[in-house]
Structure formats: structure tokens, C-alpha cells
Design a protein. Sequence first.
Length: 236
Amino acid sequence: MIRRRFQFRETIATVLAEQEEHVEAARRGLMRSRQELERYIAGDPFFAMTFEPYAVETGSVTVDRMSAAGMSAGVGPMAAVAGAIAWAGVEEMVREGAGLAVVDNGGDIALVSDRPLSVGIHAGASPHSDRLAFRLPPQREVLGICTSSATVGPSLSFGTADAVCVLSHDPSLADAWATAICNSVSPQDRSVLERVPWDRVEGVLVIEGDWVFEAGDLPPIVSARVDRDLVTGGLW
């Protein structure tokens, strides 16, 4: 298996593949998606600034996916940016014939896999951090596993959770809902989960300190030793 790191401005991604041409395909998809988004924002800077849902139909796959995801979750479209860009990378890999296509865009993952995979869970200072993993069966269609945290990384969060992981076959949606849930969920208040579109979201995992909460149809969560050096992210 090939593991390659890719960085372009704020996009910091790790690509897993079996062939170098599939890695290059991921880079093309990531770059095209990122540039597509930047071109749109140049003409509509509000898209990148708002924390509120913002409905647009532009003909840009990435922009429109982000807008739709934000509308669903009640957050700004940029809450879906990492999942949307990772999705574009995986789609390009699949078009090139990849059976294994994984793009981890700063903790927001899109993947297709012809084999079982374990996906580690990083949750900051929680005692569960780097000790658990999702054990995924083969995934013939794209799956998004996106994580939001109030305690890890530079992204703005209004909540307190160490990690909220959302799984969906729409990675943009997974990313937006991870943000929305992380903004308000707590051991005392899980009401945000009543708004989750469970017909499109496979499952949700919340970790805050010692508290672990599962909802929906998650894959098995197994004990694991997660190598911290493999966690994709910037310099916090």
C-alpha cells in the first residue's frame, strides 16, 4: 500500500492507494476541486464567510455539494469543505480504476475500498483517544467518515466534544453534520441528534472526556493502537 501526503494551501491530505497513478489521480481531483472552489469564492466571498446555511446552485460540483450539506445541517457551507474536497479526490481515483481509494483531508475521510479497513479515532485529550478504531467492511460506494472537534485543530467550534465522527455515503454531508453536532452536543443535551437525517447519515460517534455515545448504524468499534504520526493535520 502506498501512503502519500499532499499539501496545497489549507488542504493537508493523506492519500492511500495501491498504484502511483491512483495517487496522482487523487492529487488531480483535490487540486481541481480546490481551484473550483477558489474561483467561486473570488466572485462570492460571502460563501466563505457565513456561518449560516447558504443556498446556491452554481454548476460546480464541489460548491453545490457544500451548499446542500450546509443547508441540511444548518451550518455555513465551509463546514463541508474538507469532506467535499476529499470526495473529489476519491472520485478521480475511482475513475482511474482504483479499488482502494482513501483520502484523509485533515481528519475528514472519503474512501472506497475493496478490503476491510480500520480507521483510527483521534479525540484529543480524551482517555479514549487513539485507542479505538472503526472496523469497516469493504466499501464499494464512497463512504465519508468526518470528524469535528472543539478541542483539536484550528477549526472553529462552539461546542465541547473532543470528537464527533459522522459516517455517510455523502462525505460533504458527513462533514457538515459533524460540525453541527459538535457545536451543541453534550452529555446533558443530545437534542441535535433529533434533527439528523438518518436516511442519509449512517451513524454518529461522540467522545467527550470519558463519555462515549453512539447513534445510528455504526460499524464495529474495536480496540486499537493508533499511531499519532499517521493523524493528518496541520501545525496546531
